[in-house]
Structures are given as C-alpha cells and as structure tokens.
Design a protein around this ligand. Structure first.
Ligand SMILES: [Zn+2]
Length: 637
C-alpha cells in the first residue's frame, strides 16, 4: 500500500466543512487497468478510483456502538475491489453462504452491481450500509468486507509480503454469517468455513457476525492454519494457546490501524494506553451477554507463565502472550511520545501530538508482530519460539536499533516469563545480522525456492549438517518467497521460507494414558529455515527428534532437546487425558455442533493416534480445573 502523507503548503488554515469524498465513476476496463497497477497507487487514489470500496462496518460491535457513538460505525472503512466480485459476496478468496442450520433457511445473497460498483439488497436497488444494518444482506457484506480487508493486510508488504494459502483444498474460505443458534463462533477446516452463530438475550439478538473482534479472531485462526497447518496436530498447551493469541492479536491490530478508532481510544484513555480497554478488550457485546463481563479477554492483564503454570486451557494461557505484546505496544508508544517531545523542543512541531505518536506506533507494531510469523517452526510452536522470532525479525529489519526496541521487547518477554533472565545476555550480545549455514553441499537459493523437490534435495544433501536423521522421510509442506517491506515502505531482501517435517513414533505406556494405554502416536519433528536472496540464514527454528544425528556437541545437544520434547509431549497427553479434555468430535455436514466439540480431538490414522486442536472463540472454562472430571467442553448455560 502506498504512502498517503502529503506535504501541505503552509498557508493559514481555513476552517471549512470536511471535503466530501468523491468516488470516480470509471469504466470497468479502466478499473481493471488500474487494478493491474494498484501496487503503485496511493491509498487515496485507491479510494478515489473505487479500487478500495467503502463499506460501513462496526468499529467493534453493536453494543460498543450503542454505548459510545464515536466508536460506532467506521465510516472510513474500505476493502479491496477485485475484478471477479460476485453475489454473496463472493471474491477470489471468500464466499459468503448464508445458511442457518437451526432454521434451515438459506437467505438470499447480497447482489453485486457492476454499474454502481457496490453491493445491493436483493431488490437490486437498496444500497447496503449503516441505514440498512438490520438486513441480513448487510450482515453478509459487513463480514465479507472485514475478512477481505484483513487478508489484504496480512498479504501486504507490511505483513507477510506474499499471497497466503488456506489449510484446505481450494482457495475460497466459506463464511457462514448466521450459522445457527449458539453462543459461539469458530473456524472449521473440515468444512472450509468460518461459522458465526447468533443467540438471544434480554436485549435482543446478538449476531457474532457483526462483531469485528469475533470475525477477525476466527479469521486469525484460518490464516494461521494456512501458514502452519501442523499446529492443529498438537497437544502442547502453548501451540493451542498460540492459535488463540493469533486470533486476538488479529482483532487488536485490525481495530488499531483505523485513524478514527485511534482517536476515540486516545480520548477515552486520556492518552494512557494502560487504560485503553476499548482497544485491548475483546468481544464486548458477546461477553456482556454471555458472561456478564465487559470483555471476554484483554491485552491489559498481568498474567505470567508462572501464574498459569499447569493451566492447559488455551484461551486463558493465550492472554500471557497477548499481554506481553500489549506491553510492547505501550512501550513503543512511549518511545514515540518521547520523540514527539523532542521534535517539539527542537522547533519541528507546534506541540507534541499523541495522535501522531500512536499513528507512528501502528505500522511498527503491525510489522513487529506479523512479519515474524514466517519465522515460526512448522509444528509445536511455543511462546518462546514466537518471542525469538519477533526479536530476530526486528534485528533483520532494524540492525542498529538506535531507539532500543530490542531491549524493550526482551524486558517485556522476561517479565511475562516467556523468556528467562538468563536469555538476556546472549540475546543482547551483538551478533552478525546474516550468517551462512554450515553445509556439505551448496545449493543456490533459486534452486531451493524453485519447488518443493528443489528444497528437498537441498535438505537431503545436507542432512548431517542440518541434524536430520538419515533414515527419516522428510515432508515439505510449503516453500515460499516473500517480499516484505520495512516500516518506511522500503523493500527488504527477498526471503525464502522452507518448512520441513518428519514423524517419530511414540508409544503411550502406562496407566496414566487411560483408554489410550498401549497405543502409539507420533511426534512431529522438523524445522523452518528462512534464507535471504544470497543464501544467508535469517532464521532456523527447529523441533528436533530423539534419533541419532551425529556425535558432535551440537548434534548431541539437538538429540537431548528431542528427548526433552518427547517427555513433555507424553506428560501433556497424560495431563489432558486426566482432565478429560480429549474426545471424539461430533461432526456435521456444515461444521461441528458448537456445544459438542472437545477442545482436543483424537482419531486413528494409519493405526496410530493423531491428536488435534478444535479451536473455538470461547469455551466456558469454569469446569476446567475443578478436579471433578467434568468435560470442559460441555458448556452449560
Ligand atoms: Zn479462538
């Protein structure tokens, strides 16, 4: 996305009504031409030409809108236009299907008008906007516009700098805005869909599809599943919690990038982000209706790994990492505020501006949190893996670090117990920004990146140096190239990202495995290797196995790490079995029944147990740790 800042002449400012934004009425051929060249156009031009379409969406949800008019509808919101838009809405990557399983009703879709370049109600005349917010077609448009925009953000240079694939066959994620009656919402890989439920309370009907937080949270699951499909096959508490974190982070970052919303946040919190519940708190309406609490979860919390030791509930645990990232956000904002004072004292501005400080914080925070996702291991990710990825991505983008961002991040991660105090010294030591991996056989980056086969031959030729056991067969789920940008919009060196995995058998021996005793499961092992265009190693996040990979000290350490992993996996499986958190899922054609999904599923694949996550927006965790053996996923209202 282009920059929008324009130097204005320093003529005295006239007070006048805000300029009415006009959208040019262009011919379709012209639109397609411009669409081809969109990467060179500024945001203002994209809006003016209709390449970004205006759609009224709630900043947060109808309850926030009712209690705070300024935080009601986002009238500046736009979402990317593309040539193939159709009824539904349907676009390249999404299809809205409004089927309600409770009522067995298929609601007619929002209609695409080529002539008006917008979506209309089924009458072919009524424009869908704030005024028609009660129409289900407005709901359809709003939910589509949100995910269409969020995907664009993830794929932009400030995000991952490339197209993202889904974790399922096909390229269209189905969005079901009124999936049925229920206090829930979820992403479901099996039905390739986001399922958004509705429910009644004394104030009326709550539609989860109208909550930007809930839609973005669920979509965050879909994006992460596409990036790291093997995270689903995990019983580790932190990998499940990381999925929840990703959902909440997506919701916070997407709310946060909006100018108007930032102004409201600053006003409400008097410029102190430590009070900014409007920004940090998630799913206000849903939470008020279901739990009598203002927010379901919040980035403003003081949870630490120590306080939550032994807690296997993913949503609860995710708040530690969300809290850490919110601490970093506050720290970055504080630095930008100081810069504002410096500018003012140097006579470069008329006064320090919190608005400008927060506007400067946003792109840095987005990049700092999203770009490291490419550096995560392919399986079994922990909060520590993410913290190390964040620090490494920052080092690559900002090697000299004159403002001390690295120190700030390390402090925040240590405070939450995500990194250890003993990590500080090695992490603060100046290290080379780029280093070559030790290899037996050299391959060029172009050869590695050309295909999964090319990446495989590179790995296979270098098994010993890369600690890959000789006898295992390696799977390469994805090889991709990314063109990320710095916060100034400058291109970074292209990155090649290779994920590779293998499986190691693990037998569940002993009484602690209950009905699964004597069966075997597999431990996923592997790594993500990120190289720059010259073959320098940007990052290498490994999840070793227990097999022999050599006799050098590094190889023995690797093997010892694998043994630690194996022990941890066995312990967590036993703990989950004891807590009754593993069950068979009850499936349906249009997804899973919201009240009947256990948080972890199990199935037999090739005679071995395979565990998996079943992420939800919310689970009632009152029963999780009361020791009565209640199955936590049975929500009773
Ligand atoms: Zn979730």
């Amino acid at each position: 996305m282009g920059k929008t800042a324009k130097k204005k002449p320093s003529a005295p400012k006239k007070i006048s009504a805000p300029k009415k934004k006009t959208q040019l009425n262009l011919k379709r051929g012209t639109m397609v031409d411009l669409y081809e060249a969109r990467q060179y156009l500024s945001l203002d031009t994209l809006k003016e030409t209709g390449l970004r379409m205006p759609v009224d969406v709630y900043f947060k949800d109808p309850a926030v809108a009712a209690s705070n008019e300024a935080a009601g509808f986002d009238k500046d919101f736009t979402t990317p236009w593309e040539p193939g838009l159709a009824n539904g809405p349907t676009s390249a990557r999404f299809a809205v299907v409004d089927y309600d399983a409770t009522k067995n009703v298929l609601t007619p879709p929002a209609m695409w008008s080529q002539a008006k370049n917008c979506y209309l109600a089924p009458d072919g005349k009524t424009v869908l906007n704030e005024k028609t917010k009660t129409l289900f077609q407005y709901h359809q448009l709003s939910v589509w516009a949100i995910v269409q925009n969020t995907l664009d953000f993830f794929e932009s240079g400030a995000g991952l700098g490339r197209r993202i694939s889904w974790a399922f066959e096909g390229n269209r994620l189905i969005i079901v805005p009124h999936a049925g009656y229920g206090e829930n919402a979820y992403y479901d890989r099996a039905s390739k869909s986001l399922q958004l439920y509705w429910f009644d309370n004394e104030k009326g009907t709550v539609y989860t599809c109208l909550s930007s937080d809930i839609v973005n949270h669920e979509f965050g699951h879909a994006v992460l599943d596409g990036l790291r499909p093997y995270f689903f096959e995990s019983v580790g508490a932190q990998t499940a919690a990381f999925h929840e974190f990703m959902g909440d982070l997506t919701a916070i970052l997407m709310a946060f990038r909006n100018n108007k919303f930032r102004e409201v946040v600053l006003e409400e919190s008097n410029g102190e982000l430590s009070n900014a519940e409007l920004l940090a708190g998630l799913a206000h309406e849903f939470s008020e209706a279901t739990q009598d609490a203002p927010y379901l979860r919040t980035g403003l919390n003081d949870k630490t790994m120590k306080k939550l030791a032994g807690n296997l509930e993913p949503h609860a645990l995710s708040e530690v990492l969300t809290g850490a990232m919110f601490d970093i956000l506050r720290g970055v904002f504080a630095k930008h505020r100081k810069n504002e004072v410096k500018r003012w004292k140097a006579g470069r501005s008329s006064r320090p501006s919190d608005r400008r400080a927060l506007a400067d914080t946003v792109p840095r925070m987005q990049m700092l949190a999203i770009q490291p996702l490419d550096l995560l291991p392919p399986c079994a990710a922990t909060f520590r893996d993410y913290a190390l990825a964040v620090l490494r991505a920052e080092q690559v983008a900002n090697p000299t670090d004159p403002s001390g961002y690295r120190q700030l991040m390390i402090d925040c991660f240590i405070k939450r117990g995500i990194l250890e105090e003993s990590d500080r010294k090695p992490l603060m030591q100046p290290a080379p920004v780029f280093r070559r991996p030790a290899l037996d056989v050299f391959h060029t980056v172009d050869q590695i990146a050309a295909s999964r086969g090319g990446a495989y031959r590179f790995l296979d030729d270098n098994r010993a140096k890369l600690f890959i056991p000789l006898n295992v067969d390696i799977d390469i789920p994805e090889v991709i190239r990314a063109s990320k940008r710095t916060r100034d919009g400058l291109p970074m060196p292209q990155q090649t990202i290779v994920q590779y995995l293998w499986r190691e058998d693990v037998v569940l021996e002993g009484k602690r495995f209950g009905r699964f005793a004597g069966e075997s499961t597999t431990m996923l092992c592997g790594a993500t290797m990120v190289l720059d265009q010259n073959g320098n190693l940007i990052h290498w996040a490994r999840k070793p196995g227990t097999a022999d990979v050599g006799k050098s000290k590094a190889a023995l350490d690797e093997q010892a790490d694998g043994s630690r992993r194996r022990k941890e996996i066995l312990d967590v499986i036993a703990a989950r079995i004891a807590a009754g958190m593993i069950g068979e899922s009850i499936g349906g054609e249009l997804g899973l029944l919201p009240r009947a999904i256990p948080p972890f599923t199990v199935e037999h694949v090739d005679g071995k147990l395979r565990f998996g996550l079943a992420p939800h927006f919310s689970l009632d965790d009152d029963h999780a740790h009361d020791g009565t053996g209640d199955r936590q996923w049975q929500i009773s209202f």
